[in-house]
Structures are given as C-alpha cells and as structure tokens.
Design a protein around this ligand. Structure first.
Ligand code: 4NP
Length: 161
C-alpha cells in the first residue's frame, strides 16, 4: 500500500504526515506493508529539509522528521494508492495534476475526512503562525493516520471509483 501526503511547500504538514504515519506503522509492525512519501504542490522548497519548527514539535512527540522536499508530479497518480491533500486548495491543485496523468489510479482524498476525533475539514497551514499551529497539525495527523490504519485493517476503506 503506497501513501502520498501532499501540502503546499512539503516542509511542514505533508512531511509531518509521512513521518507520523511511518511512526505508527513501525509501532504497529506494519512497516513492511506500506510505503509512505510526501510532496508539495509548489516548487519553492525543493530539496529542503522539513521546517525546524515542525521538526521540533514532532520530536517532542517522539517522532523523527526525515525527508527532503519534492514537487508532486502526474506520475504520482499511477505510483500511489492513496494521495492525501492537507487542505482544499491542495486538493484543487492535485485535480489539475491528475489531469496530466495518462492512467491515474490513486484515490485522492482530503486527509481530514479520515479524522475521527476532530471536526476540522482541513489541516491548516502553520507556516506564518505560532507554535500552536504546529501542534494542531500533529493532532490532526495523529488522529487521521491512526483512523486510516484502523479502517484499512477492518477493510473499511472506500475502493476505487
Ligand atoms: P506546508 O507549509 O505547505 O505545510 O509545507 C508551507 C511551507 C512554505 C510556504 C507555505 C506553506 N511558503 O509560502 O513558502
């Protein structure tokens, strides 16, 4: 099962999603069953490590942040099973990328649709805000990632349209 987290810059929310999910997969002995990656809709930060504020907030929860930013590409829609957009703007941009893929097979979802303990519909962009924004990102990601894995185990994930 191949999962791709997507935000705008690929230095805050989506790398946090990738690393939160990998952390849960390791903890639950499922790492060999999944491949997880992240990407940004924009190219501003290509090659950069995750934002230091996001890295610090994740480390405080015992989660190491790994990876370098890359931009999402049409072939991602053939190479991944699920693509999670962090917010509606990312989702809109991903629909445009999907149009450039000859044979898109990935399921595209708004990540918060998996959250069970939060009413938010989007993972808010923390880049220009304070530390509480980074905590909110992690709260939503931990909720949605755990819920996604529960639904996967229970065979409750929606299948391809
Ligand atoms: P992300 O956050 O999309 O969660 O990685 C942002 C990172 C960079 C910028 C905006 C949002 N930026 O404008 O450079």
């Amino acid at each position: 099962m191949r999962l791709l987290f997507v935000c705008l810059g690929n230095i805050c929310r989506s790398p946090a999603g990738e690393n939160v999910m990998n952390h849960l997969l390791e903890r639950e002995g499922l790492a060999s069953r999944f491949e997880v990656d992240s990407a940004g809709t924009a190219g501003y930060h290509i090659g950069n490590p995750p934002d230091a504020r996001m890295t610090r907030a994740a480390r405080d929860r015992g989660i190491e942040m790994k990876g370098r930013a890359r931009q999402v590409k049409p072939a991602d829609f053939e190479e991944f099973d699920w693509i999670f957009a962090m917010d509606r703007s990312n989702h809109e941009d991903l629909l445009a990328v999907r149009k450039r893929c000859a044979n898109p097979t990935a399921q595209l979802a708004l990540f918060c649709d998996f959250c069970e303990g939060h009413d938010e519909r989007e993972v808010p962009d923390p880049y220009y805000g304070g530390p509480e924004g980074f905590e909110k990102v992690l709260d939503l990601l931990e909720d949605g990632c755990a819920a996604f894995l529960r639904q996967w185990r229970a065979g409750e994930l929606p299948s391809a349209p």
